[in-house]
Design a protein around this ligand. Structure first.
Ligand SMILES: Cc1cc2nc3c(=O)[nH]c(=O)nc-3n(C[C@H](O)[C@H](O)[C@H](O)COP(=O)(O)OP(=O)(O)OC[C@H]3O[C@@H](n4cnc5c(N)ncnc54)[C@H](O)[C@@H]3O)c2cc1C
Length: 659
């Protein structure tokens, strides 16, 4: 690769992208390779030009049916229902769909993950036997009808009702107000036949909260059934190949057996029974079982991010602009420091989130296939899924935009993919849980754990704890740090002059910095909340007053989870030829994150001007060192050319590359 600006010499041999790909894919390498190849064989490239909406939807449905014929979706479902009982394999396969057309990905997510997942996780064996095989083959297209126009995030407040008529042994499903209409529902406008409908359950005059029921919406010929009204949501910002729509129910009757009754049953005697007495807990248990959708979206967002980086990095390695005045050659974009800074830290963070996602998928697999998964593990998994989904989808939005800009005018042409990547992934930050709401869920879990830790202290420790709290306010130390006592001395204080550049790249030091930030913010939030509640202020007001602080705690927590997952992945890497590159990537991810947050570290006395400058210098150096390996890092994503499709990335647009 020629360049007019010299890159620093690389001391190690360039790693083999195929080996790096195997390492990234881990135990699901074969499945992922199979799906990559399948996407290429099917020609599932996003349209390079606008397609009429109806034609596009038909194309996406056709792709989904062909995909179902391969047996891939059946991986998700239990063996007892004709599936393969391999949720991690299924989610890994789904992740690969994120390199292709994202309308296909979302259509599959709705059909197999949401609709099929709800039947699997909330239904009983009879529901499994009756429906799962037909769902897996797409013979029975369905919807997951949870959101309403009035309530998307606050699902507990949905207004649709399901009232039990004991004489007829039927549920009466009804939309009582305009705000209760189901909205944005995938598969509703064109293809869905059966819907999982979330409604307020009422039995014998008693309300039992939100439950899910199966409600047919179209007959086998696709005609909308009596009592059901469906309207197309119309054009969207992206995902035009998915038929989102609105649904109203006018006293629609379905048999008693249509209640998905894993957590609550109504027998032929008309009596309601649930092993979970508390209404609130029952609701969160029900919703919690559906996290696989959230984890799947997070993986898909990563794939889209990787596609955009693959396009932008390859383009940067061929595109020339300006250069030294005394040279005939213009410089390659990839040799400009600012260009490296726009792309490489985001590439490093993509690797970091990749490993956090891989761990998450493994944890979900364990939760779904082993008996050793208790309530506490489930709560942790839910919080982790929420946090990683928020991080991954926000990272996608940010990175895709940066990559589009990095490709200049060529990046704006539809044929080079960014139009679809931007428009189609945008909503990933909203569906499967709005990111801001998800981070509040993460924080709730953290505060509960924090309270338990504090609650576990004995009387003497409590006295010390409260004593140190007062001291805390004076010397501005973290309350959490006092409680845990584990982080003292690890993060140098403002007076500590002993750090040097070497320390900055010390992994333990870097990771502890993330831990300390999390504990410090969390301690601060807990203190503020307690002070507010001790003053007997209104609980809603107290929490609302601290909301930005609460979200900062959740973000710091997720940053720590991600950095730790990356560190563990490198520790577990058995291929020595990959380690030096991964080490550098880790440093870049960790230090560029600290650089981004340095205002906070300054505010809290953990950053000095010399250290801040040293970090900036290190980030610049790491970017320069990664210059020669950047293409290997994106080649390792192994996206087939026909799927990546952008001419500027696969050698199809030589004029634009050479300027
Ligand atoms: C393309 C698409 C496909 C979809 N597919 C489906 C589907 O198949 N099935 C289904 O059931 N649903 C589906 N949805 C709905 C989706 O899940 C909801 O849009 C989502 O949950 C957000 O709800 P909302 O739109 O009511 O936004 P709101 O909850 O009203 O949120 C609006 C804004 O307010 C903020 N906000 C809300 N509450 C708070 C708070 N307490 N504190 C601070 N900020 C707050 C949010 O962060 C957000 O920025 C889909 C949506 C879209 C756009």
């Amino acid at each position: 690769m020629s360049s007019t600006i010299a890159a620093p010499p690389s001391s190690e041999a360039t790693p083999d992208p195929a080996a790096l790909c195997r390492f990234l894919d881990g135990e699901h390498h074969e499945i992922k390779q199979e799906v990559r190849q399948r996407l290429a064989d099917f020609g599932v490239a996003p349209p390079g030009q606008a397609m009429p909406r109806d034609e596009y939807r038909a194309q996406v449905m056709d792709w989904m049916v062909r995909l179902a014929e391969t047996g891939q979706p059946a991986m998700l479902f239990p063996k007892s229902a004709g599936g393969q009982g391999d949720p991690a394999g299924a989610i890994s396969a789904f992740e690969m769909l994120g390199h292709g057309d994202l309308s296909l990905l979302v259509k599959c997510g709705v059909q197999f993950g949401l609709f099929g997942g709800a039947v699997q996780h909330l239904g009983n064996e009879e529901h499994h036997d009756k429906y799962l095989a037909k769902i897996a083959t797409a013979e029975l297209p369905g919807c997951f009808a949870m959101s309403e126009s009035g309530h998307g995030s606050n699902v507990q407040a949905v207004e649709t009702t399901a009232t039990y008529d004991g004489d007829a042994g039927e549920w009466v499903v009804h939309t009582p107000t305009e705000s209760a209409r189901k909205d944005y529902i995938g598969n509703a406008a064109r293809d869905g036949r059966l819907a999982v409908v979330f409604a307020q359950l009422e039995v014998g005059g008693e309300e039992h909260g939100v439950h899910a029921l199966l409600v047919p919406i179209r007959d086998d010929d696709g005609n909308v059934l009596d009592g059901v009204t469906i309207e197309d949501d119309g054009d969207k910002l992206g995902l035009q190949g998915v038929d989102n729509g609105r649904i109203w129910f006018d006293h629609v009757r379905v048999p008693r057996e249509n209640l998905l009754d894993r957590y609550a049953t109504v027998g032929s005697d008309g009596l309601y029974n649930s092993p979970i007495e508390n209404k609130n807990r029952r609701f969160f248990t029900t919703i919690g079982t559906l996290i696989q959708g959230r984890i799947s979206v997070s993986g898909a967002a990563l794939s889209a991010t990787k596609s955009s980086l693959a396009i932008a990095v390859r383009y940067a390695a061929r595109r020339r602009q300006f250069g030294p005045p005394d040279s005939d050659d213009e410089a390659l974009l990839i040799d400009y420091r600012v260009h490296q800074r726009r792309l490489f830290p985001r590439l490093a963070t993509t690797y970091a989130i990749h490993f956090a996602q891989r761990e998450l998928v493994a944890e979900l697999h364990k939760a779904l296939t082993s008996d050793e998964h208790g309530d506490r593990e489930q709560r942790q998994l839910e919080a982790r899924a929420a946090g990683i989904k928020a991080a991954s989808t926000w990272h996608a939005t940010d990175t895709i935009q940066a990559c589009r800009e990095a490709c200049g005018g060529a990046g704006y042409l539809m044929v080079n993919r960014f139009a679809a990547l931007k428009a189609d992934t945008d909503v990933f930050t909203t569906f499967e849980g709005d990111n801001t709401i998800l981070l509040q869920l993460v924080a709730k879990g953290l505060l509960t754990d924090f309270k338990q830790r504090v609650g576990d202290l004995n009387a003497l420790e409590m006295v010390r704890f409260y004593g140190e709290q007062v001291m805390d306010q004076v010397v501005e130390r973290s309350l959490a740090r006092q409680v845990v006592g584990a982080f003292r001395d690890i993060v140098p204080s403002r007076d500590d002059e002993s750090y040097d550049d070497e320390r900055i790249e010390d992994r333990e030091w870097q990771v502890e910095l993330f831990r300390w930030r999390e504990e410090h913010i969390l301690g601060g939030v807990a203190r503020r909340l307690r002070a507010g509640l001790d003053d007997n202020a209104d609980t809603f007001e107290v929490f609302n007053d601290c909301q930005d602080h609460v979200l900062a705690a959740a973000r710091a927590h997720v940053d720590r989870l991600i950095v730790e997952a990356f560190a563990r992945a490198i520790e577990d890497c058995e291929d020595d030829s990959l380690k030096p590159l991964l080490d550098r990537l880790f440093d870049l991810h960790a230090l560029s994150t600290v650089e981004r947050e340095r205002g906070w570290f300054f505010e809290h006395g953990r950053m000095t001007a010399p250290r801040s400058k040293a970090i900036t210098k290190a980030v610049n150096r790491l970017c320069a060192e990664l210059r020669d390996d950047a293409e290997v890092l994106v080649d390792a994503f192994a996206i087939p050319d026909g799927v990546l499709a952008a001419p500027i990335a696969i050698g199809g647009d030589k004029a634009s590359a050479t300027g």
